[in-house]
Design a protein around this ligand. Structure first.
Ligand SMILES: [Zn+2]
Length: 228
C-alpha cells in the first residue's frame, strides 16, 4: 500500500558480485547512492560463493502483470529464504516509502506481508495472516505501490483481529484499527489476487480532493509523520 510514493516507472536491474574484498560494503553503498532515485536496484553480494550480505531492492510488480492476480501459497518452511524475502521487502518498502508490501508485489507468491503500524510506526512481519474478526466500517482513500498515481475510496472494517506467524514460525494474535487495519486488509487482499481498485467505490483524480482525503485519513494516525 502506498502512502508516500515517488511516482515513477522503474527500470529493474540486477547486479551480481563475486568479489573477494573487505570493501564490499563500501562498493554496495556507492552503488546505492549512484542508483538512488533512478533505478530499482537489486544487488546480490557473494563472497566465495556464499551470500554475504544483501542490499536487495526488488522490482515492484505493477498492475496489469499476471502475478498480482494469483493466489499466494501458505508458508510451510521458515528458513533463511523466507528471512531474505522479508529483509528485501523491508528494504523495498524503505526505498519506495510504502507502509505495506505483500510478497506478490515483489514477484513471490507466498503468504507474507510487511506492514507499518500507523500509530507506532513500527513494522510488523505477518506470515500466513488470517483475519479472525472484523468490526465496524471505515471508508478512506487508498493507493498502491504497484499502481503509482491511482487513488480510490475503499470500505474496510474499522477494527480487525488476526492470527499470523513471525519469521521463525511462532504464531501470534494481533488487533488493529484505523489506518493500520486498512493497510493489513489491503495487503492480505494482494495474497488473494485482489486489488484495491476492485473494491474502490470511487476513484479520486482531482488533486485538491485527493489532498483533502489524505489529510482526513492521516488524522486517524496517532503518529503524525509526513504522509502523502
Ligand atoms: Zn497494494
Amino acid at each position: 500500500m502506498n502512502l508516500d510514493l515517488r511516482e515513477q516507472r522503474l527500470l529493474p536491474i540486477s547486479i551480481f558480485f563475486q568479489i573477494k574484498s573487505d570493501n564490499l560494503i563500501n562498493i554496495v553503498e556507492i552503488l546505492k547512492k549512484v542508483c538512488y532515485n533512478s533505478l530499482c536496484l537489486t544487488v546480490h553480494t557473494y563472497i566465495e560463493g556464499s551470500r554475504f550480505g544483501t542490499m536487495a531492492l526488488r522490482r515492484v510488480v505493477m498492475f496489469g502483470e499476471d502475478t498480482l492476480r494469483k493466489t499466494s501459497r501458505k508458508v510451510e518452511v521458515f528458513d533463511d529464504k523466507l528471512w531474505v524475502l522479508l529483509d528485501d521487502m523491508q528494504q523495498t518498502m524503505d526505498q519506495f516509502g510504502g507502509v505495506g508490501l505483500a510478497s506478490p508485489q515483489v514477484g513471490i507468491l507466498r503468504r507474507v506481508i510487511v506492514v507499518e503500524d500507523s500509530d507506532t510506526e513500527k513494522r510488523v512481519e505477518l506470515v500466513n495472516p488470517v483475519i479472525t474478526k472484523e468490526v465496524g466500517q471505515q471508508r478512506e482513500v487508498e493507493g498502491c505501490l504497484s499502481s503509482p498515481g491511482e487513488w480510490g475510496y475503499v470500505k474496510r472494517p474499522e477494527r480487525i483481529s488476526l492470527t499470523a506467524s513471525n519469521r521463525y514460525g511462532k504464531e501470534f494474535q494481533l488487533d488493529a484499527k484505523g489506518v493500520f487495519a486498512i493497510t493489513i486488509c489491503h495487503e492480505i487482499d494482494h495474497l488473494n489476487g485482489k486489488l484495491f481498485t476492485d473494491l474502490a467505490d470511487e476513484m479520486v483524480e482531482d488533486e485538491e480532493e485527493l489532498e483533502k482525503a489524505k489529510r482526513s485519513r492521516n488524522r486517524k494516525c496517532k503518529r503524525k509523520k509526513k504522509r502523502r
